[in-house]
Design a protein around this ligand. Structure first.
Ligand code: GRF
Length: 192
């Protein structure tokens, strides 16, 4: 499919495990004229993920895979082939992909993380930032490599931590910024 701007639209999949608010913002972005991507598949590691509802709302195919099993990644690769998926966006995806899988998509898997990497890799980022009396936290979009939250940084957004900040209020503030940052990072990766 080619949009009026003339470039080829890259077919992508978004991987989720939970609420899917980043998925929703990515779908909205993908349907604007400036988007170089379409979202053709939603992959969830969790059959109960709330974000799966966006498959129905936006008419996007959904697949649920049990990432505990090795065959899951092979099944995903087969699905990707069938639908010509070339790129992956991780959005609140709670499983670790294998080295082999990541190597196959080198430079084509992006992730969003709710901290100013390299600070606070892994889980519970907001509480750890508060415990360390940080003045700022934020979010990062980065390429995925085989080390957790360690791939090349594409874009970051800083968020000020207020006096009476709680882990929930900080999460909310940062999430609102995540929704803007991910589309911007995609445009950057495509040099747009
Ligand atoms: C986001 O904060 C994301 O950075 C983190 O998990 C959260 C997912 O939120 N990895 P949602 O599922 O996109 O609403």
């Amino acid at each position: 499919m080619v949009k009026s701007t003339g470039y080829k639209i890259v077919k992508t999949a978004v991987f989720i495990s939970g609420t899917g608010s980043n998925l929703k913002s990515l779908i909205r972005f993908s349907r604007t004229n400036q988007s170089p991507i379409s979202i053709d598949l939603i992959v969830s590691s969790n059959p109960k993920a709330k974000g799966l509802k966006y498959g129905k709302i936006f008419k996007i195919r959904k697949e649920i895979f049990n990432f505990e099993k090795n065959q899951s990644e092979n099944k995903i690769l087969a699905t990707f082939k069938r639908y010509n998926i070339e790129m992956i966006f991780l959005a609140g995806f709670m499983k670790i992909l294998s080295k082999n899988f990541i190597t196959k998509f080198k430079g084509k898997i992006l992730n969003i993380h709710p901290s100013l990497l390299p600070k606070y890799k892994g889980l519970n980022t907001h509480q750890r930032a508060l415990d360390n009396n940080e003045k700022y936290s934020g979010c990062t979009v980065h390429f995925v490599n085989s080390k957790l939250d360690s791939g090349k940084i594409i874009l970051q957004k800083k968020v000020k931590i207020s006096k009476n900040e709680t882990k929930n209020s900080l999460a909310k503030k940062i999430l609102a910024q995540e929704h803007k940052l991910y589309p911007k990072a995609i445009l950057k990766v495509f040099n747009l």
